[in-house]
Design a protein around this ligand. Structure first.
Ligand code: ADP
Ligand code: ZN
Length: 516
């Protein structure tokens, strides 16, 4: 009997008690039951596990699930068994491996979870060959790609293992895969290109906004007033978490607690529990916070500083509005965030560096775009969204794009002529011809670039400096100065045009304050 989708729906009701499939689950399951290999890219919570667990109960033989974390496997095991699925794990943490092996050989298992390290052991291949295999499911499949953010060399051994069983379909699963990672996963795991199934990354109730950070306490206090209810503020260091939590509590009179790995475990657990139970509390946290927390009524997620990648941004902002009610995701960025991230590239292994740089470039593209944020985000995940969404800052209040090629050349030549070792403040003084002791002492008032920027143009120097740093055309030096990088030389030679996004006036008039 060839199992069809109708049978699958019956099995879904009988085994899981669900009425119907969600999103692209049906498509993935249909392919799997027909013996085709697929890569399913679905956001967290979309129900990926079901796409292999259900076929596992229907197909002849056992489904081998490769999963990178023992804790994750044991969670899955519990929930599979709760649904009456015959499941086991084979990991270094399991004392019952002998029973598990016997059960597998006897054909008494629907699901067998294993760690990728097993894949490289020849004995494991022989063991698998001792009983029919229904399906190979590769969880967190982005780990196979060096483009992915979580490369695991062991995942590379999966291909030869699966190739030893060529008739067995493969199902790779991940929540995070940009175009490059996706292509790589398909190639590495031997899945045909038409096997890619992408699903619904859009979160229509989240309003995306990305602003320049000029006074984070004031900016977040405003956001808290606009979005009463629970909120998460992500900051980058423990010190910043503590500091922001303190100042926000004082500024707003609301309950604001910190969360980071440096707090003692009791305080951390207490703060997390207080947040989960609360209807109006704000938690300021490092990215350590949020994994495994299920709080549906988070009304906003704010980033003070840029996240690690678009994937990380999507995952972190995705903690807002799980109940479907209107929510906000607002990022407050500064040029220094990109400068720091780019200077860290030097410490990254050479073979990972270009992937890391591409990740930063993609993030800078999202931060700097004058287009719909949601469209940029969804396109990054391979979807084909409408041009505008009507629910992001750029759609609601279109920013102006200004051509500033000439100004960019002036700024970059000032960087060059002052010896590539001064920061934006000094460069601005030189360019606008400001009377200043330090400028005079260095003889910078005698340079040809002294005083060549005036009026309206001077106002654009700051946003231009930010944009060039975000793009990597200006890079930080060890001592806090700026040097030429990226395409700076092409811009100087007039081979490249430069345009920047100028935020709408309303936002620009905001109070000036420090960057931190
Ligand atoms: P993912 O692995 O994609 O993050 P999970 O597999 O953990 O997601 O599933 C998320 C939740 O959705 C689980 O509680 C699961 O039981 C539930 N779920 C999955 N499929 C369905 C469905 N068709 N109908 C209702 N609930 C579902
Ligand atoms: Zn939009």
């Amino acid at each position: 009997m060839v199992a069809s989708l109708d049978h699958a729906r019956e099995a879904l009701r009988a085994t899981f008690g669900f009425d119907d499939f969600r999103g692209r689950q049906a498509k993935v399951i249909e392919r799997t039951l027909a013996g085709h290999s697929s890569l399913a890219v679905m956001p967290t919570g979309a129900g990926k596990s079901l796409t292999y667990q259900l076929p596992a109960t229907m197909l002849q033989g056992c489904c081998i699930v490769i999963s990178p974390l023992i804790a994750l496997m044991h969670d899955q095991l519990r929930s599979a068994r709760a649904n009456g699925i015959r499941a086991a794990t084979l990991t270094s943490a399991d004392a019952d491996w002998r029973e598990t092996q016997d059960a597998y050989r006897a054909g008494e298992l629907d699901l067998l979870y294993v760690a990728p390290e097993r894949a490289s052991q020849p004995a494991f291949r022989d063991f698998l060959a001792s009983s029919p295999i229904a399906l190979f499911a590769v969880d967190e499949a982005h780990c196979v790609s060096e483009w992915g953010h979580d490369f695991r060399p062991d995942y590379r051994m999966l291909r030869p293992l699966m190739d030893a069983f060529p008739e067995v379909p493969r199902l790779a699963l991940t929540a995070t895969a940009d175009r490059q990672t996706r292509g790589d996963v398909l190639a590495q795991l031997g899945i045909p290109e038409d096997g890619l199934v992408l699903a619904g990354f859009d979160r229509p109730n989240i309003r995306y906004a990305i602003r320049h950070r000029d006074n984070p306490v004031r900016q977040i206090a405003n956001l808290m007033a606009e979005r009463p209810g629970p909120g998460i503020v992500y900051a980058q260091t423990r010190r910043k978490v503590e500091d922001l939590a303190d100042k926000l509590a004082r500024e707003t009179g609301r309950k604001v607690l910190p969360y980071h790995a440096g707090l003692d475990p009791e305080t951390r657990a207490a703060n997390q529990a207080a947040f989960v139970a609360s209807e109006d509390m704000v938690i300021v946290a490092t990215v350590a916070f949020g994994m495994g927390i299920d709080k549906p009524d988070v009304r906003f997620v704010a980033h003070v500083g840029v996240p690690k990648s678009i994937e990380a941004y999507y995952q972190e902002t995705g903690r807002a509005g799980r109940d479907g009610d209107p929510s906000a995701a607002t990022m407050y960025w500064g040029a220094g965030d990109f400068a720091t991230a780019r200077s860290r590239l030097a410490e990254v292994d050479e073979d990972r560096r270009s992937a890391e740089r591409a990740r930063l470039d993609a993030l800078a593209g999202l931060v700097e775009t004058p287009q719909c944020r949601r469209a940029v985000l969804l396109r990054h995940f391979g979807e084909d969204p409408p041009e505008t969404c009507g629910n992001c800052d750029n759609c609601l209040d279109a920013p102006a794009v200004t051509e500033v090629t000439e100004l960019a050349r002036k700024l970059l030549s000032a960087v060059y002529r002052t010896g590539q070792s001064f920061g934006m403040g000094h460069l601005q003084k030189v360019l606008t011809g400001t009377e200043d002791d330090r400028v005079r002492q260095r003889g910078h008032d005698r340079l040809s670039v002294y005083g060549i920027v005036e009026g309206e143009e001077a106002r654009l120097l700051q946003p231009l400096g930010r944009a060039l740093q975000a793009r990597g055309d200006l890079v930080p030096t060890e001592h806090g100065g700026l040097a030429l990088g990226g395409s700076a030389r092409e811009i100087l030679k007039g081979e490249r045009e430069v345009a920047i996004v100028v935020p709408p006036k309303r936002q620009r008039r905001g109070r000036r304050g420090s960057d931190e």
